[in-house]
Ligand binder design. Structure first.
Ligand SMILES: CC(C)(COP(=O)(O)OP(=O)(O)OC[C@H]1O[C@@H](n2cnc3c(N)ncnc32)[C@H](O)[C@@H]1OP(=O)(O)O)[C@@H](O)C(=O)NCCC(=O)NCCS
Length: 182
């Protein structure tokens, strides 16, 4: 699917396929130190990518490429269910998640494309793709750092709500999106 950013740049959104692995690695290693510190579902290595996206159907990958090129400019993950560490924190807040009704989301956009609307376009693309999956709640993979004001604004604008907060290398928030009426 082709989308335009607010400043008129053109991107193609698609589901990840193994053939894109090397390009994805290039994208990840070229993220700024700050963006790397914000996005943590897996190590930025071939093994890291393969472990999460390799064989299992449990995690879906989505990428954006600069239109007409192989250059990846955004990458997001949707996991069916949730990690134990995330689920345990939700239980601590008194919110008991069920694996079948929950998915876990982790977005990233290349530094030069952040703030361009690309993250929002990808989010809509993903919601459309998982629309039939029966998820009732989307949570964030490892929460979001309280210092990550861009991501916080991004999630709030998309309807995410704060479930609770926790300490891990600084303060973090767990946020969730009720999906029933989307
Ligand atoms: C968080 C992230 C995925 C958002 O994607 P994006 O393409 O930058 O976001 P968008 O341009 O679609 O912006 C969506 C909203 O975010 C907010 N936003 C964008 N830029 C912002 C900035 N510089 N400061 C504060 N809020 C900002 C705005 O609310 C914006 O909506 P608006 O443009 O309609 O006002 C992206 O910035 C990113 O990858 N950051 C680094 C990695 C990361 O933090 N991942 C999330 C880990 S929990």
């Amino acid at each position: 699917m082709i989308v335009f950013t607010k400043d008129g740049r053109k991107a193609e959104l698609m589901k990840f396929k193994p053939v894109y692995t090397d390009h994805l690695l290039g994208y990840l290693v070229n993220l700024s130190v700050e963006s790397k510190s914000r996005f943590g579902p897996h190590p930025f290595t071939l093994d890291g990518i393969n472990e999460v996206l390799g064989s299992s159907q449990e995690v879906l990958g989505y990428i954006a490429a600069e239109a007409g090129t192989d250059r990846i400019i955004a990458y997001s993950l949707i996991k069916t269910g949730y990690l134990d560490t995330d689920g345990n924190r939700y239980s601590g807040y008194g919110l008991h998640l069920t694996h079948s009704g929950v998915c876990t989301y982790a977005p990233s956009v290349a530094d030069q494309w952040q703030g361009s609307g690309l993250g929002s376009s990808m989010f809509e693309f993903i919601l459309n793709d998982i629309r039939q999956s029966g998820f009732r709640t989307m949570i964030l993979w490892g929460g979001v750092q309280a210092s990550n004001s861009r991501a916080l604004a991004f999630y709030q604008q998309r309807g995410f709500m704060v479930a609770g907060e926790f300490e891990h290398k600084g303060m973090n928030l767990d946020m969730y999106l009720p999906m029933a009426d989307r």
